[in-house]
Ligand binder design. Structure first.
Ligand code: S3P
Length: 173
């Protein structure tokens, strides 16, 4: 198993914030696929969805994953919430290292992302139904792609990080 930790999960699960702190704590580098796409495209994800559409963004996600396959080492990688949906990305994710699904319920997601206008996927008059529908489609995919599942509801940052460290250690020794 390669020495990378890959965080997957729905928007608002804490992939980026947990990932940054975890990397600091264990002395790994930190990378984030959304940030890599924004840097390479010189625009925000929201702008990219507007200017080139979701399909283009999804192609970029697979490109980034292919690039990382050759280079990633000693890194915590946070991924966009839709990245595991493509089958090829699921294979690439598991090749990179230990895949950890940070799970979150609809209620938690609503609390964490409702007022955030940066996620085009959630643009809807009925954000609650939108989240419900997306979770229904995605949760089975996240579970299938992951080596480890960690529930984040009602847990502090620190608790989530500690749980990741414990389970990661159990898994890779
Ligand atoms: C998306 C999640 C976002 C970002 C894009 C699409 C999704 O990332 O990749 O807006 O389809 O769930 P976060 O999960 O980091 O918010």
């Amino acid at each position: 198993m390669r020495n990378n930790i890959i965080l997957i999960g729905f928007m608002g699960a804490g992939k980026t914030s947990v990932g940054k702190h975890l990397a600091d704590k264990i002395g790994y580098d930190f990378r984030d696929t959304d940030q890599m796409i924004e840097e390479s495209q010189h625009q925000t994800i929201a702008h990219l969805f507007d200017s080139k559409g979701e399909k283009y963004f999804r192609e970029m996600e697979t490109e980034i994953m292919k690039e990382l396959t050759n280079t990633l080492e000693g890194t915590v990688l946070s991924t966009g919430g839709g990245l595991p949906l493509k089958e090829i990305n699921q294979t690439l994710l598991r090749q990179l290292g230990t895949v950890i699904y940070l799970s979150s319920t609809k209620e938690t997601t609503l609390e964490r992302v409702a007022k955030d206008g940066t996620r085009p996927i959630l643009a809807s008059d009925d954000i609650e139904s939108r989240i419900e529908q997306l979770l229904k489609e995605r949760v089975p995919i996240y579970k299938k792609a992951a080596h480890i599942v960690i529930e984040t509801d009602d847990k502090s940052f620190e608790e989530v990080i500690q749980e990741i460290q414990k389970k990661y250690k159990e898994m890779v020794g």
